[in-house]
Ligand binder design. Structure first.
Ligand SMILES: [Zn+2]
Length: 189
């Protein structure tokens, strides 16, 4: 009798120990999505476009969430002339510049999602294919597709795997994506 109780007790302790061991061996919780706070105070004409672009990226990807005006991971500016471009300071951090002249010829939403794509880690891919977001202006002014392809979305999801909401970038090692979308032509009267 005493022997059976003893064996049972040993088994229980072993189970408890195993459970504790597993807990200690895996201390890190599943990583939460990185929150990318974007700010449109310097791009008042494109605030709603930025919101639409954020929704597109949020729906297409995992591991990151673009949220308006909760901070300044991503500042969005509007400029006149010179072409739209993006400066990525680190993954999920940087600045996007929307050229109002360019946005009068090309789809502003496609430009916005494309430039944010640079901040999310994607390079240009000027192959003329409208189904590819990072083909940018190479697909012509008639291309208004603002959605990343499944491959582009998957790439961003994998780049953000393991990032956490506390991650913040620095200004060292900035990468500038000066978009070579064709320069804006003289306005047609
Ligand atoms: Zn680009």
């Amino acid at each position: 009798m005493a022997s059976r109780i003893s064996r049972t007790l040993v088994a229980m302790l072993a189970t408890a120990g195993a459970t504790l061991g597993v807990t200690l061996a895996n201390p890190s919780p599943a990583s939460a999505a990185m929150t990318i706070c974007y700010n449109t105070s310097q791009a008042p004409s494109y605030a709603s476009i930025a919101n639409q672009a954020a929704t597109i990226w949020n729906n297409a990807t995992s591991n990151l969430t673009l949220t308006a005006n909760c901070g300044t991971n991503l500042r969005i500016y509007q400029i006149t002339g010179g072409g739209s471009y993006a400066v990525r300071t680190s993954l999920g951090n940087g600045r996007v510049y929307i050229d109002t002249q360019q946005a009068a010829q090309y789809s502003p939403l496609r430009i916005m999602t494309h430039e944010i794509g640079h901040i999310l880690g994607l390079p240009d891919n000027y192959n003329g294919n409208c189904a590819i977001l990072m083909s940018g202006g190479s697909a012509g002014t008639s291309c208004t597709n603002p959605y990343p392809s499944s491959a582009e979305a998957s790439r961003v999801t994998s780049l953000f795997a393991g990032t956490r909401s506390t991650e913040r970038g620095t200004d060292s090692g900035s990468t500038v994506f000066q978009d070579s979308w064709p320069a804006a032509l003289a306005p047609v009267s």
